[in-house]
Design a protein around this ligand. Structure first.
Ligand SMILES: Cc1cc2nc3c(=O)[nH]c(=O)nc-3n(C[C@H](O)[C@H](O)[C@H](O)COP(=O)(O)OP(=O)(O)OC[C@H]3O[C@@H](n4cnc5c(N)ncnc54)[C@H](O)[C@@H]3O)c2cc1C
Ligand code: FES
Length: 431
């Protein structure tokens, strides 16, 4: 047909018929080409979607294999680890690279989980248990934790933290440590696709680095907002590591806040905002609320951000947090308060701390018996603060407690794990 039309055009080059036929021909060719381009575009889009679907399936399969591997080679109780390397990160903060002393494979873990250590610092009467978040994603050769010396509370003459000082001052490459397997419920689900906002202050950055590394190493293209607050560059943990991540991966968006920049700290080079990480800053920078939020830092910092996120309309189910120390988030406890007060007469909520000779009224605002005791100045040994390590086991002299969540550690009769229980009525404990 094409040759017929060209033939007619050759015979009638200047007639209306010739030009009409040629125009029709060009129109047809154009339609064919544009149809082809559309089909090619549609095919390319289909192939891209198919490739994305396949890559998600591969990622999900890899994670399932990892989880099975974690379950298969996890260990019970204590395992010996050798400190392969001790690396100073910034002021009073060190990373420890740990290799299994038995040389056997290391189970993977979920980003955000922690290791539990049992150490006996020189001069300590007994072993103490402390937890430290894994500060890198799972690697087959080693684990890494990053530990900051815990300073005394302001305006007190108490000594600095026992375990963190021991790690900073005494533990060196070649030392052998007693370690329990990775655990913890604060972790990022790598199978999900929702973008994430990682928010941390100070050494609370450790689980966030693990999450960010795990996301980029598994090829995730989820948006990763990385909000971090420190006083200044002296306390800016993992500065180079986060800058390198952002330089290599366009989906990593660091937002660094210095509350008291040091002389020589340059805005735009070392940090982005002067001041603290606040919910207002999140609202200003995030294009929507549609993220999963992970928080770790000092209690008041987490409390103000969780309150701000809630006021902004972020559902509680999207906000996940880890408390390293006493003042954890009291968000959930506020609603418990009403229940506790309604179901138990206030006079029945008197708690007696037998050893320290003090009494206080439980009002339900403190979350757990451990936090309540800490608020009264009563010291109870604590490690994981999540019912797993058994360090907060305390004897009940009279009364009953209610467990807030399942305890992973064994609970002896007539005792309770203070971090995961609350009084059921009048209570006397041996603390
Ligand atoms: C899940 C989890 C993960 C964690 N991850 C990390 C991490 O990645 N990196 C990290 O650095 N930390 C982390 N921590 C915190 C860590 O476990 C320890 O709590 C921290 O190192 C302090 O322990 P310590 O033995 O040094 O301090 P402690 O000896 O327990 O002292 C704690 C505080 O009490 C003060 N104190 C001492 N004596 C008294 C007294 N008589 N009365 C009142 N106060 C006193 C100390 O000065 C100090 O401020 C994590 C905690 C948890 C629960
Ligand atoms: S602190 Fe670990 S079980 Fe309570």
């Amino acid at each position: 047909m094409l040759s017929d039309i060209l033939e007619v055009f050759r015979e009638n080059p200047t007639t209306v018929l010739g030009w009409t036929l040629l125009g029709g021909l060009l129109l047809q060719v154009g339609l064919l080409v544009s149809g082809g381009v559309r089909r090619m575009r549609a095919d390319a889009k289909r192939s891209r979607l198919e490739a994305e679907r396949l890559s998600l399936e591969i990622r999900a399969a890899r994670l399932k294999v990892q989880a099975a591997e974690q379950a298969r080679i996890a260990w019970n109780g204590i395992r010996k680890f050798t400190v392969a390397q001790k690396v100073p990160e910034c002021a009073d903060t060190f990373s420890f690279y740990l290799k299994p002393h038995d040389g056997k494979p290391l189970p993977p873990f979920k980003p955000g989980q922690y290791l539990t250590f049992q150490v006996t610092p020189p001069g300590a009467a007994k072993a103490i248990t402390r937890c430290y978040s894994l500060s890198d994603c799972a690697r087959s050769s080693h684990y890494r934790v990053t530990i900051k010396r815990c300073p005394p509370p302001p305006d007190t003459s108490h000594p600095p933290g026992v375990c963190s000082s021991y790690f900073c001052d005494k533990v060196e490459a070649g030392d052998i440590l007693d370690v329990k397997a990775p655990s913890g419920h604060f972790f990022l689900d790598l199978e999900k696709d929702r973008p994430v906002v990682l928010i941390s202050g100070g050494v609370g950055v450790t689980p966030m680095i693990s999450m960010a590394n795990a996301l980029v190493e598994t090829g995730s293209t989820r948006e990763i907002w990385f909000f971090f607050g420190a006083r200044n560059s002296r306390e800016h943990v993992f500065k180079d590591a986060v800058e390198a991540l952002a330089a290599r991966h366009a989906n990593v968006r660091p937002q660094i806040c210095y509350s008291k920049p040091a002389p020589g700290d340059v805005k735009g080079r070392d940090y982005h905002h002067e001041g603290r990480v606040t919910a207002d800053l999140l609202k200003e920078l995030l294009p929507s609320t549609n993220y999963d939020y992970f928080l770790c830092g000092p209690g008041p910092f987490m409390e103000s951000i969780t309150e701000g996120l809630r006021a902004w309309g972020v559902p509680d189910s999207r906000v996940h947090f880890e408390a390293f120390g006493p003042a954890s988030v009291k968000r959930a406890a506020k609603s418990e308060k009403k229940e506790a007060v309604a179901s138990v007469p206030v006079a029945g909520l008197e708690v007696t701390f037998a050893k320290s000779g003090s009494k206080a009224i439980w009002t339900g605002e403190h979350g757990s018996l451990l936090e309540f005791a800490e608020e009264q100045g009563v010291r109870i040994e604590a490690g994981c603060r999540a019912g797993n390590c058994g360090s907060c086991l305390v004897a009940i002299k009279s009364g009953e407690v209610e467990h807030l969540s399942d305890a992973g550690a064994d609970v002896e009769a007539e005792s309770c794990l203070a971090c995961v229980c609350k009084p059921k009525g009048r209570l006397e404990i041996d603390a």
